[in-house]
Design a protein around this ligand. Sequence first.
Ligand code: GDP
Length: 448
Amino acid sequence: MFEGLSDKLSNILSSLTRRGALTEEDVNAALREVRRALLEADVALEVVRSFTDKVRARAVGAEVVKSVSPGQQVVKIVHDQLVEMLGSDAEVISLNAVPPVGILMVGLQGSGKTTTTAKIARRLKDRENRKVLMASLDTRRPAAQEQLAVLGKQVGVDTLPIVAGQSAVQIARRAMEAARLGGYDVVMLDTAGRVTVDEALMVEAAEVRAATNPHEVLLVADALTGQDAVNTARAFDQRLGVTGIVLTRMDGDARGGAALSMRAVTGKPIKLIGTGEKVDALEEFHPSRVANRILGMGDIVSLVERAAENFDAEKAQRMADKMRKGKFDLDDLRDQLAQMEKLGGLGGLMGMLPGVAKMKAQLESANLDDRIIKRQRAIIDSMTPAERRNPDILKASRKKRIASGSGVKVEDVNKLLKMHRQMADVMKMMGGGKGKGMAGALGKMFGI
Ligand code: GDP
């Protein structure tokens, strides 16, 4: 999910962040490509149009933030706009009503409604300690009722016993009554689905709704069906008043359009997403996390903000001076490593830098994780101050001593020294204004 879109957007935006000053034409050209990428991902045209208009308006009128480049600022605006399009805050299922709280599940046949009913019941039972009763209202398909009973056993949630010949409304009423008598907190009503939206389906669901007054009406829609999922949601909402949406098959290779347009078109929040066939494959939908994933650029502005917060200004100045002069000793490297740890370790740091998602994967596969940062610091800590200032004096016997002092092999000491040399070279280059920024420096430093 989102991979194609994510690749495209991060390419478009990283070309912006590579430039110093941005002209309006740069922004417009980038937005044309953003527009194309969103349309290719099957996002509704009206949503794409409003998205790019809003980004343009904000980018043009934006105040220039100190220490952030205009390109980075555009990235932040695109990010914020994505979050807004997705609904800003994560919304969860509300149980804030007098028990038994009714949750009506509606949607087309095959959308994953019954599976999702069981997934939600399991979650409410396990995570919120609620006593849940499930009932299938599908009177036309006995198999559907049995399916729910089987799932109920699997997840350890009670299902209402089946009574032949009852209508959907009668079953729903019986479920609410049984829940009241049995001290249940939540009743999940799994309505019948149809292959397409039809009148009989809507009438029946509306009758159940009127008879039970559910606190939540959740529409289950299949993300793989793209814009059809959005149209289905709109139709159900108009007839039934939906309170939230569960998008299923988010584990599949949908282009993402349904997830992206759903909120903007229907005005209703995506509350949960289904990410597999298993009963635990259900996740909350967090707009900001999804936006980060789609952009694949990490949050550049938060990098700048966090770096500014954490960085000791004086130290930074000293470091900058040293870099300019091409002096970068092992004490400085040690500071840098400590700084990296503060910024959330290598993983955290890499995740925030533009264009390094791929590099991060390489680093991970090279097993360059945060333990390595710790080990490198331990190696430097085992050196004498003189050695740290002048690593050239480190010959075989000293290396051996350092290796045993820090519990590593001599080759690890050599690796660290090589990294330091490369880093010092890069620092010199950056100091001379020829660098490609931090991502380039890190890439060189780790030899990728
Ligand atoms: P219903 O007709 O709407 O009740 O649909 P079902 O709950 O019977 O689901 C139809 C099929 O979709 C079943 O094989 C489910 O296992 C599968 N399914 C449901 N949700 C998901 C999901 O999030 N991801 C995947 N991959 N499969 C799902």
